[in-house]
Design a protein around this ligand. Structure first.
Ligand code: NAI
Length: 331
């Protein structure tokens, strides 16, 4: 029996894992709502593997505790692994496996939902009508049809977003270090050209040393006035202070963020009765042309199913000494 302790487990994770586990008699998963940290790590004693999500900060201290508990495998139920100290895992002989692709369309559809919502001020319209305010003042949007969509990062999600934008009758341009040849309708340009020409900019590149704060005062200044900016990738791609300055300077028609710096403190939690201690999220939420969601790009039924299946298969393949090589992060 393979025993896995699932940390940070929410009701939707448990439902989807339990459904899949009906088909596996040799895997046992136990769930705990708390995140994996230096205190909760000890709860993994007696397990073979731990399973965590994107918001878990897997630092060296936690990894060394896991090593002492003889944990062999960390199962990331997400694609990104910028939250894991990979070197510490290597040094402690702990393998990290991920779900490289579960549903690019889920995230791309969320990116377009955010773009449309902020453009047509759906977030305001919804509240207004509930208050019997049927006035249309301040709800004017722009057509996407015939406008320019700029996609930064044309991997799996960026490609899905490019296709959606094409479906809207937009001209699609893109910037990627490694352009794809599977998007014949997309024109690749430099980052500067993309920033200059785009009416809608959607970020789909990973967060790394090169892309950290890719959107900053300088790059914002190159953008068209009245641009719509959408980030469903990683918060660190945008320097929030500079973004807030740009919003104050009325550079943007709209900004929609599924991810943002500092989200780690709040994301996936219900803080209804709390006063937010840090000001970034609160400041972003104070602007009428900004929508913030809580890292829900992945959250569709299909994506959850794919995440559960791949995570279970990752564990089985690893403990049967036939690991799915392409899902290993620290080869
Ligand atoms: P992918 O690996 O298929 O594509 C990333 C693309 O970015 C590649 O084409 C790569 O060449 C390009 N790239 C890398 N460095 C670059 C640079 N310096 N400049 C421009 N392009 C660069 O990744 P995928 O699956 O499309 O995911 C993209 C991102 O979406 C992930 O890194 C993750 O951060 C985020 N994501 C967000 C989710 C959410 O719930 N909001 C869920 C899943 C992923």
């Amino acid at each position: 029996m393979i025993k896995i302790m699932v940390f940070g487990a929410k009701s939707y994770d448990i439902e989807s894992f339990d459904l899949k586990l009906q088909n596996y008699s040799d895997v046992q998963m136990n769930y705990i709502e708390s995140e994996l940290d230096q205190y909760t790590a000890y709860l993994a004693k007696g397990y073979d593997a731990v399973c965590v999500f994107v918001n878990c900060n897997l630092n060296r201290e936690i990894i060394e505790i896991l090593k002492k508990l003889e944990i062999k495998l960390i199962l990331l139920r997400c694609a990104g692994f910028n939250n894991v100290d990979i070197r510490a895992c290597q040094e402690n002989d702990i393998t990290v496996m991920r779900v490289p692709s579960y549903s690019p369309e889920a995230v791309a559809e969320m990116a377009m939902s955010l773009a449309l919502s902020v453009n047509r001020r759906i977030h305001k319209a919804y509240i207004k009508v509930r208050e019997n305010n049927f006035s249309l003042v301040s709800l004017t949007g722009v057509n996407f049809y015939k406008k320019v969509a700029g996609i930064i990062g044309t991997g799996k999600i960026g490609q899905a977003m490019a296709r959606i934008c094409q479906g809207f009758g937009m001209e699609v341009i893109a910037f990627d270090k490694y352009p794809s040849n599977s998007l014949p309708f997309v024109k690749y340009v430099t980052l500067e050209e993309l920033l200059k020409q785009s009416d809608l900019i959607s970020l789909h590149c990973p967060l790394n040393d090169e892309t950290y704060h890719l959107i900053n005062e300088k790059t914002i200044s190159i953008m068209k006035d009245g641009v719509i900016l959408v980030n469903t990738s990683r918060g660190g791609l945008i320097k929030t202070e500079d973004l807030i300055k740009g919003i104050r300077d009325k550079k943007f028609f709209g900004v929609a963020l599924d991810v943002y710096e500092e989200e780690g403190d709040y994301v996936f939690e219900n803080l209804e009765d709390d006063i937010l201690e840090h000001s970034t999220a609160a400041r972003l939420l104070s602007f009428p042309n900004v929508i913030v969601t809580s890292h829900q790009g992945f959250l569709t039924k299909e994506a959850l199913e794919a995440i559960s299946l791949t995570t279970i298969e990752n564990a089985i393949s690893f403990f049967n000494n036939k690991p799915i090589i392409e899902n290993i992060v620290n080869q």
